[in-house]
Ligand binder design. Structure first.
Ligand SMILES: [Zn+2]
Length: 94
């Protein structure tokens, strides 16, 4: 659990809101509920950048070298996007 405002980890429980546990950051006083977990995964622009390189014919491992994103993560993204755009993408050419 991390404060979305200051990133502090000194968090206290602060009652419940609409059935969800409310928390308060001791450092800055920011209140937030459970779903404010630290962001997992990569931002959208990183994802788009990787997918664009993939579409341009760059291999997964080359993209990994360029962007630092693990190639299995990129394959997952390609498969996700491939389900939306089956004609434009060809997942599985790994
Ligand atoms: Zn804070």
């Amino acid at each position: 659990m991390q404060c979305p405002e200051c990133g502090g980890t000194h968090i206290r429980k602060n009652g419940k809101k609409k059935g969800k546990q409310n928390h308060i950051c001791v450092a800055c006083g920011r209140q937030f509920i459970d779903r404010y977990e630290p962001q997992r995964g990569y931002p959208d622009d990183v994802k788009r950048n990787c997918l664009r390189q993939y579409v341009n014919g760059t291999g997964f491992r080359a993209i990994e070298r360029i962007t630092g994103v693990h190639h299995t993560t990129i394959i997952t993204w390609v498969k996700q996007v491939g389900e939306l755009l089956p004609d434009a993408y060809a997942p599985g050419r790994c």
